[in-house]
Design a binder for this molecule. Structure first.
Ligand code: THU
Length: 159
């Protein structure tokens, strides 16, 4: 028997003021567009904003539905938009924020979104940096989606 350990490190900043201007701008944009979420059932408004290698910025927000499983998370709305508009354009940095009356603690993408983000990273051959923060307070920066999804299932298994 062999034992394997998995660790990863990420940065914790006390607030947006500690970020570089580019990262701060992206996070502030993410905070702003939480307003565009359609979340009448959870009142949990999530946004995802991507800075692409080509310099463009695209935004996504969660889109809920009375038939709850139809709901799409902000991250997957955004990835579908990027892929539809720009094809395989790599994502340099992704900022995820949310607005809820209960918390400002950074949230990280759900399992389904991690899977889709991991495949986007793989197909564009570039790690996606992720900035996580609520409407105020602490900010986490993670170097790559695969840090969040060890032993990722990928399409190579299907070949
Ligand atoms: N949600 C996201 O948009 N992204 C996540 O990573 C976690 C959850 C949304 C889905 C649903 O509309 C609401 O947050 C509550 O789960």
């Amino acid at each position: 028997m062999k034992q394997q350990a998995y660790t990863f490190s990420y940065e914790i900043y006390s607030g947006v003021e500690e970020l570089t201007k580019a990262d701060a701008d992206l996070l502030l944009k993410a905070r702003e567009v939480t307003e565009n979420a359609y979340a009448p059932y959870s009142n949990f408004k999530v946004s995802a904003v991507a800075l692409l290698n080509n310099g463009n910025i695209l935004t996504g927000t969660n889109q809920e539905n009375a038939s709850y499983p139809v709901t799409i998370c902000a991250e997957r709305v955004l990835l579908s938009a990027i892929s539809s508009v720009y094809g395989n354009e790599p994502i340099n940095t992704l900022a995820v924020s949310y607005s809820s009356k209960n918390s400002n603690k950074p949230i990280s993408p759900c399992g389904m979104c991690r899977q889709m983000l991991a495949e986007y990273e793989e197909r564009t051959n570039q790690p996606i940096r992720i900035i996580l923060s609520g409407m105020k307070g602490e900010v986490y920066i993670i170097n790559s989606v695969t840090d969040l999804l060890p032993l990722t299932f990928s399409g190579t298994a299907l070949k």
